[in-house]
Design a protein around this ligand. Structure first.
Ligand code: OTU
Length: 650
């Protein structure tokens, strides 16, 4: 369908009917110019989703009003940033200097003001991107780590105030660090004012959620739905006594799914989104975005209308706050993950496939699933970027492509069972200390929790006081970080991993956390941990302190090196085949001919890779930037246990 003519007419009518005199002359002009550029895209998505409803036009008009108010509230500072970013030749997120970290305010701060005081530490590490886990007002006790939001405009009082957040946001910007905030828009908490109005019987707000009088419709949906947290509740619906209705709750029972088939919900949440954009966030993390549209008879994930709505949100940002980009959090089948990645949808995306398969290769010491999967799925549009991570606050799910596994003769069901056994330490010879998560009694499905260091074997090694095992665990930690630093995209560290923090089992004594094993890898980092961690190891250092310093120094070195290599900015990645099943290799290649060849050894034995891998350098001798060794191009490339080489022409 061609929307051009109808969208133009629609816009003229809307503008003629709205009183936008609250905008300054300058803002008014800016607003009209941006609408002229982006309204057609917004209109087409909105009409595709809501056009069949009698009041679509009314809601679209209201949306334009919301956007105008959003622009009015945007600070001059941020408007300047919008202009700069729109005019940028190369998007900031494509730059080799980008290094991210995700942290919980209370676990690192513990308040926003304390976090501000840690900016020098962030700079020491080289961070340019800081994702603060949800810091909004949320129910006391269990709030799913803040992912049950009661008020998007209020900071959780334990962490500080909105003024504190704004001040931190400004300080980060001045320090060259991009602030990333969560946009939790699939659900609100049951204490959000919309939910409270629904509970009080207000029909308008009951329509903000999916409510059902009896089990008829929920049962029909549940035939095809996946259970996300089967350890806390079976199914995807929760009975509410007050309303005498079933509520759609994909996650916990206190997280009510928003009803996006109602355009008023889209508009209301856009208003909240613009508020978050106007705090000064450089990117919004779209939490659980795969779930926002429900279609009977499907698994209600990754539906076409979910994509349209995210594109519509993106248009709204282009109109009001174009400096802000979206980060997709789609932890789904790899073919679905990439569908969210587009300049007009999400410019950034977590790379859950790389994450899961790095762990797979650590367990199996084999790389064929990793290589085959990355060859199929790594490539995304040039104006977007991956956010590569090895651990985050969540569990690890084994979301690889079954078809590729089958082609390699791997039974995906059995293999996932093996991975769960391996990482929970139940497999003979495993070094990992993980905890099973969300075991589903119906289908045996399971995911894994645990800190990076504990999953890499450091916990067991320290307990046994086994120096060789400690060294090996540190090598694994460096290996996996080396990959996320060099494969292309923004590496995202998880707070505490830069110090090799071990699992924290204290959540088991806290009734608000005990049922959610993800808390085992949500670990407090204290000032004592940070203080002096960048100094050289001394005899006075405890074993733990020594390990922290070694890991920190190793990471600093990788970060420093990454920032010195423009080929890790805007360039392409080619995933290579090696003749050695334990080794993984890729080549970064820039338009100007610059190349970086990375080869990693996933096994605890020395390995070698045929010299033909060096053909990418066309006969020019290469050197390894990490070991500073030269490699001769007619001899196999030798790698020590868990060694990685970053090769460039000499
Ligand atoms: C996200 O994760 C968050 O990362 C979790 O911490 C939240 O609990 C959840 O949303 C609800 O807000 O199921 O196990 O992509 O994997 O969105 C984690 C699909 C989750 C899900 C993902 C979700």
């Amino acid at each position: 369908m061609n929307y051009a003519a109808s969208s133009e007419q629609c816009l003229q009518r809307i503008l003629a009917g709205l009183d936008l005199s609250f905008l300054s002359q300058r803002d008014g002009k800016l607003f009209t110019a941006r609408l002229e550029e982006h309204f057609e895209a917004l209109f087409s998505r909105y009409v595709d989703v809501y056009g069949h409803q009698y009041d679509c036009y009314y809601h679209l008009e209201q949306l334009v009003l919301t956007l105008a108010k959003g622009l009015k509230q945007r600070s001059t500072d941020l408007k300047r940033l919008d202009k700069a970013r729109v005019e940028e030749q190369q998007a900031w997120y494509k730059n080799e200097n980008q290094i991210g970290m995700a942290c919980y305010v209370d676990l690192l701060g513990p308040t926003l003001n304390d976090l501000k005081a840690k900016i020098p530490y962030f700079k020491k590490l080289g961070l340019t991107y800081l994702h603060l886990m949800p810091l909004y007002d949320a129910p006391k006790g269990d709030s799913d780590g803040g992912y049950a939001v009661s008020d998007y405009r209020k900071v959780n009082p334990l962490l500080g105030s909105m003024e504190d957040l704004e001040s931190l946001s400004k300080a980060l910007r001045e320090a060259g660090i991009n602030l990333v905030l969560d946009f939790v828009f699939n659900h609100t908490s049951d204490e959000h004012r919309w939910a409270e109005a629904a509970l009080a019987g207000d029909k308008t707000y009951q329509d903000y959620y999916y409510l059902f009088d009896d089990r008829t419709v929920p049962d029909q949906y549940e035939h095809t739905l996946r259970e996300i947290f089967p350890q806390v509740r079976r199914g995807s619906f929760t009975w509410n006594d007050t309303m005498q209705k079933w509520v759609w709750t994909t996650f916990n029972s206190f997280q009510w799914d928003l009803n996006y088939s109602n355009p008023a919900v889209f508009n209301a949440i856009t208003d909240e989104m613009l508020f978050l954009a106007n705090i000064g966030s450089a990117a919004l993390r779209l939490d659980a975005l795969a779930f926002i549209w429900k279609d009977m008879g499907t698994n209600c994930e990754n539906q076409p209308n979910a994509h349209r709505l995210i594109q519509a949100f993106n248009c709204c940002l282009q109109i009001v706050a174009p400096a802000v980009v979206f980060k997709s959090e789609a932890i789904v089948h790899p073919d679905e993950v990439v569908k969210y990645i587009h300049k007009n949808e999400c410019q950034l995306s977590y790379n859950p496939l790389l994450m899961a398969l790095i762990w797979n290769s650590l367990a199996t010491r084999k790389t064929r699933l990793l290589t085959a999967s990355m060859q199929k799925s790594f490539s995304i549009p040039d104006d977007c970027t991956w956010v590569n991570y090895v651990r985050c606050h969540d569990d690890i799910g084994w979301t690889f492509d079954d078809a590729i596994a089958h082609q390699l003769g791997i039974n995906p069901y059995d293999h996932r069972y093996f991975l769960n056994q391996f990482f929970t330490g139940r497999f003979d010879g495993s070094y990992a200390d993980g905890v099973p998560f969300a075991e589903n009694p119906s289908n045996g499905d399971c995911r894994v929790c645990g800190s990076l260091a504990s999953l890499c074997g450091l916990e067991g090694a320290l307990t046994r006081n086994d120096q060789h095992a400690i060294d090996t665990a540190i090598q694994r930690i460096m290996l996996v970080h080396g990959i996320i630093m060099s494969i292309g995209g923004i590496p995202l560290l998880y707070s505490g991993d830069e110090l090799g923090m071990l699992n924290d089992y204290s959540y088991r004594d806290d009734p608000a956390k005990a049922h959610d094993d993800r808390w085992v890898n949500r670990i407090a980092v204290t000032d004592d941990d940070l203080e002096g961690v960048d100094l050289p190891v001394t005899d006075a250092d405890s074993q733990t302190r020594t390990v922290q310093k070694l890991i920190f120094a190793g990471l600093q070195k990788l970060i420093h090196l990454r920032k010195s290599l423009p080929v890790l900015g805007a360039a392409r990645t080619h995933i290579l085949h090696t003749d050695n099943q334990h080794c993984f290799a890729y080549c970064r290649a820039a338009e100007n001919g610059d190349k970086l060849l990375v080869i990693v050894n996933f096994s605890e034995h020395a390995q070698s890779v045929n010299a033909s891998i060096l053909d990418v350098f066309n006969g020019t001798p290469a050197k390894d930037l990490l070991s500073e060794q030269t490699v001769t191009n007619d001899l196999p490339v030798v790698l020590a246990p868990y060694q990685q080489r970053w090769l460039v022409v000499q």
